[in-house]
Write a protein that binds this ligand. Sequence first.
Ligand code: XUL
Ligand code: CO
Length: 436
Amino acid sequence: MSEAFPNIPRISYEGVDSRNPLAFKHYRPDEVVGGKPMKDHLRFAAAYWHTMRNELTDPFGVGTSLKPWDDRSNSLDNARRRAEVFFEFLDKLGLDFYCFHDRDVAPEGATLAESNRNLEALVETLQTLQDQLGKQLLWGTACLFAHPRYMHGAATSCDADVFAYAASQVKSAMDATRALNGEGYVFWGGREGYTTLLNTDVKRELDHLAALLHMAVDYAREIGFKGQFFIEPKPKEPTAHQYDSDAAACLNFLRQYDLLDHFQLNLETNHATLAQHSMWHEMTVAAGASALGSVDANTGHPHLGWDTDQFPTDIYLTTQIMLEILRMGGFTKGGLNFDAKVRRESFEPVDLFHAHIGGMDAFARGLKTAHAIIEDGRLDDFVKNRYSSWDSGIGAEIENGEVGFAQLEAYSLSHAEPTVESGRQEMLENLINEFI
Ligand code: XUL
Ligand code: CO
């Protein structure tokens, strides 16, 4: 097949003085940071759905995206051509991983059997391309939200036949992920939520969602799938309330239904901000439960209240994300998946390159900055010191469960009014700026 991007060279590192928009200024895959090459810290992935399938429509207008290789048909040939173009894209950018939904890579057929056959055919193509170019599947998933059958949800549909269909689709998507040696499998609750409580039995729907996840855990055991399961929180959109609304809600759900041992969280910045949290908050909550698994790297628009899925370019954001990743000792099965799309006005193939280069450079800077902050040690020392009253004396006794109200009352009656210290927020903000 002829090249899809004939005028775009393989993207290489040219350093901070380069003015070439098709070069990395900061991302140097083999540069060692804290004992590990950048590429192994960052584990960048491209999202098949945005890169290959997003036509850049919006509620007010048709798609604008130019994809000369795509004849817009539902044929297997077109699907295979797209896969080849996608791997050319990964190769030129030096992206080591990718992620997909079943229906992104293979067309939905007239029957479930035909859809399954289409997916199996594309898995063969993807396997060949992975082997040829040395690429890896970060995670796979099933699209349980686009087809009209899922209008009321998939695992949480009011209709048991829809649940059965969704389960079948997850089964095939897990087979595909296992065949491609995927590092993980994601559940994002597409339409698992409600638009009105007038017609919804929330408790019953949550029970059903948990049942589907337990079936997935059982099936993984059955087929020997060793990948990591992830849940991806999002508070709303498309439904008014999504059951996987934020990290805390997901952890509570997993704990309630005895699934915590089998799942980690895949956190996405734009979902965090839709939930009125910062990404840093979500990461801290997940890390606190040892459930921080993977990241969908994107960002929202500060003035828009919906999921705009923009490429991440903010160095503060990438620094905060990489601080948490370094603090937990790095990714194991997870990575940084650019679940992001170019703007509707950025419709040319080269825009896809600019977008990924920017995201990769922003994360390379975030990694180097976070590593320097940790090496410097002042931030961590400050926090450690702030809690030093808990390291001995009455603090240690409380933490060890050695005292109760009566002892604490006696303690407080015999001691002077506590003297507390400044939180020094502004000083710490300035400290971060020393490194940015
Ligand atoms: C939707 C979203 C999904 C998941 C995978 O907002 O983030 O693309 O990442 O289903
Ligand atoms: Co996502």
